[in-house]
Structures are given as structure tokens and as C-alpha cells.
Design a protein around this ligand. Structure first.
Ligand SMILES: [Zn+2]
Length: 411
């Protein structure tokens, strides 16, 4: 295959992904109805439902603009073979393989970040603000950005250096070593995320004494979960949207409740949400996810190793000889179809896990409380009640509110 043909294929994949994504988004737009689904009658009043529809349309339009912009940008960069050009420029600064790779990705990462900044600012301070969700101050926004860049530089840069070093050492046999390093970093991240990363952005405090803690304690004992692992996080610092999540494994496990959730829900509803999170722990969802994601990563690294020395790929990207950094970008695009399939699979596993966690709560007689909690959370965040079926398959990590209510009622 000639490098021109390959470049055409790469660009075609970028366009095809864009078209697929916009087609799904279009289907989702068509599925939105000004009438409430009858099963959810009474959930919103007319005004609030109109507001939800408007929020949905605003976000849908905004994501169309954002993805059109990034797609046009990507096509322009690829067809002018700028990636190869930038890499050659980086080579004039340093010829050290690790150094030049870090510099190359650093330049791309920062330029992309700067280009996307207006979109992010608009999303937080215009859209979220208009619908009454935003609590982020400009100061929080800026410090968040700086911290994220720092974390990406340290963690991403560190991991990238290690992988490139392994590549210089083992050449195309580097994939299994890169896998071991990546999986270890990802395991450490999973275990220490709550202690190292979260405190950089939020305050977490153990659940305070009182009626809520007493009720939760009673339930946790029944379900065999240690209460010391339950924390409250100051989500209200950024948004009024409410949430709860489970993180970590083994001794590092913890359930985190947003302060916004505690403000909005009754004690029994919070216990039901907690039961759902304990369900994730009892059913070992984190571990299962970790294993599946690890396997996907292994396959991806192996396939990557097969393409790294391809001259055709290097030429398609504007280089004379293959370079790790530039090949990774071309590979990333060529891998998109497999990535999409992996995503479909991971999302379906995730939705199944949500049903199982709901089922766990229902088994303890908390089904009705969970339903009313889910309804409140959904209304509070103006969630779309009638997403398109195919859109859900591609994008939803959780089943829709209606699907969850139906499943809980059956238990
Ligand atoms: Zn869940």
C-alpha cells in the first residue's frame, strides 16, 4: 500500500467516526419528545420539563459545534502532514528519543488544551450557568486546569518516558513490558486515586455522626460493609448536580457521597443509593472492569507493536523514517473501529453492573427508595428521559431512568 492510500484511509476513518457520532446524536435529537413518557408522569412539571428539553437541545447543539471543530482540525493536520513536521522541528531541539517524544506530545497536548479552552469556558460559565448548575468560580476553574496539567505532566510524562525507554531497549517486543508497566500504574492509580488525586481537587470528610450516619451504620452492618470507608465530598464547590461513587479495591475501597446528594435526598433514599454502591463492591465490579480493560490494553499494545516500524505509516504522517510518537498517533486513528467495539462492549458490561447494583439494593427492600432517589437525581440534573436506543448503546454507562425503574420494580 502506498503512503498516500494509507493517509486517505486514516482521514476516512476520522470522517467516518464523525459521521457515526453525528448520526447517533441526530437519532437522539429525534427521540427527544416535548411530551413526558407516561411512566414518568409527574416527575417534572410543565415548566421544568420545558427547561430540561431546552438543556438537552443546547448541549446537543454545543457538542455538534465542538466535534465539527475538532474533526475539521484533525483533517487539516493530517492532510498537511503537520504531525511529521512538528516532530522534525522537535528533533532540532533534542535528538534524545525520550526527550523528543515528551516534547512532541507536550506541544500537542498544550496546543490542543489552548484551542479547546474557549469551548470549556463556554460550557461551564455560559451553558451550565444559564441552567443554574454552575458553582465553579473562575479561580477554581483556573487552579483545576493548572493541577490537571501538572498531573498529566507527571503521570502521563512519567509513564510515556518509561514506555519509550522500554521501546528503545526491546524494540517491537516492548509490548508485554509496556503492558506490565501500564497495568501497574493503572492499579496504583485505582488504589490511591482517592488519597492522592481527589484531595488535589476536593475535600473528603468521613460521614458525620447523626441520624443519617446511624441509619447508614445499621444498613452497612446488615450488608457487611465497613462504615469507616464512607466519605462525603464537597461536590457543591463546582456544580449543583448530585452523585455518589465507589472507588478502589480491597482495603482501599471507599464509597463517596456528594454533599449535594445529602442535601437533596431523604435519609432512606441516601441509604438506598449507598446500598447500590455497596452492591458494586459486593459484586466485585471494579475488579471485573479492571481485568477487562487490562485485556483490551494488552491487545492494543500488541497491535501497536506490529505497526511501529511501518515506513508507509511514517510517510503518510510526513516522516522519512518511523518515529514512535508519530506512529502512535496514526495507530490511534487506525485503531478507532476496534476502539468503538471495545467501547460498546465496556458500556454494556457497565450497564449490566448497574442493574446488578440496583438489584442488590432492592434485595434489601430499598427498591422504592432507590427509585425515588434516582428520580430526584435525574430531575436535579435535567437528564434526558427518552434517549435513542442506539445512542444509549454507544454512550451510556448507566441504563436509562425508565429501564432502571422497570428492572427494580420486577425484583
Ligand atoms: Zn452504580
Amino acid at each position: 500500500m502506498s503512503s498516500t492510500t494509507l493517509l486517505i484511509i486514516i482521514v476516512a476513518i476520522v470522517i467516518a467516526e464523525y459521521l457515526l457520532s453525528e448520526w447517533l446524536s441526530y437519532r437522539n435529537r429525534k427521540a427527544a419528545t416535548p411530551q413526558m413518557p407516561p411512566q414518568l408522569e409527574g416527575l417534572y412539571d410543565a415548566d421544568k420539563y420545558a427547561k430540561q428539553q431546552s438543556y438537552f437541545r443546547t448541549n446537543n447543539r454545543f457538542s455538534l459545534i465542538t466535534s465539527t471543530f475538532t474533526t475539521i482540525l484533525m483533517i487539516a493536520l493530517l492532510s498537511t502532514q503537520i504531525f511529521g513536521g512538528v516532530y522534525n522541528y522537535c528533533l532540532t531541539i533534542t535528538t534524545n528519543t525520550i526527550g523528543v517524544t515528551l516534547l512532541f506530545f507536550g506541544v500537542l497536548f498544550l496546543s490542543y488544551g489552548i484551542l479547546m479552552l474557549p469551548f470549556e469556558i463556554y460550557d461551564t460559565f455560559v451553558i451550565e450557568e444559564r441552567f443554574g448548575f454552575n458553582k465553579t468560580t473562575p479561580k477554581t476553574f483556573i487552579t483545576d486546569k493548572l493541577k490537571s496539567i501538572m498531573i498529566a505532566a507527571i503521570l502521563g510524562g512519567g509513564l510515556l518516558s518509561l514506555i519509550v525507554w522500554l521501546y528503545t531497549l526491546l524494540e517491537t517486543n516492548f509490548w508485554w513490558a509496556a503492558f506490565l508497566v501500564s497495568i501497574s500504574v493503572s492499579l496504583l492509580m485505582n488504589l490511591f486515586y482517592s488519597q492522592i488525586i481527589v484531595p488535589l481537587f476536593n475535600k473528603q470528610t468521613p460521614l458525620q455522626e447523626g441520624e443519617l450516619r446511624d441509619e447508614i451504620e445499621k444498613f452497612a452492618e446488615k450488608a457487611g460493609f465497613e462504615i469507616t470507608n464512607i466519605y462525603v465530598i464537597d461536590g457543591s464547590k463546582r456544580s449543583t448536580k448530585a452523585n455518589a461513587y465507589f472507588s478502589g479495591m480491597g482495603k482501599k475501597k471507599r464509597i463517596v457521597l456528594f454533599d449535594t446528594l445529602i442535601d437533596e435526598l431523604t435519609t432512606q433514599e441516601i441509604v438506598a443509593v449507598l446500598a447500590h454502591e455497596i452492591g458494586h463492591y459486593k459484586k466485585r465490579h471494579t475488579l471485573k472492569n479492571f481485568i477487562i480493560a487490562g485485556f483490551a490494553m494488552l491487545v492494543q499494545l500488541y497491535v501497536l507493536s506490529l505497526t511501529l516500524t511501518s515506513n508507509t505509516m511514517a510517510e503518510a504522517m510526513g516522516l522519512m523514517h518511523p518515529a514512535f510518537a508519530v506512529s502512535v498517533i496514526a495507530f490511534g486513528i487506525l485503531y478507532t473501529p476496534i476502539d468503538l467495539l471495545t467501547g460498546l462492549f465496556m458500556h454494556s458490561i457497565s450497564r449490566k453492573a448497574e442493574y446488578e447494583a440496583d438489584n442488590f439494593a432492592a434485595k434489601y427492600g430499598l427498591g422504592e427508595d432507590l427509585i425515588s432517589a434516582l428520580k430526584k437525581i435525574s430531575v436535579k440534573s435535567l437528564s434526558n428521559l427518552t434517549p435513542d436506543k442506539l445512542y444509549v448503546k454507544f454512550h451510556y454507562s448507566h441504563p436509562t431512568l425508565l429501564q432502571r425503574i422497570k428492572a427494580i420494580k420486577k425484583d
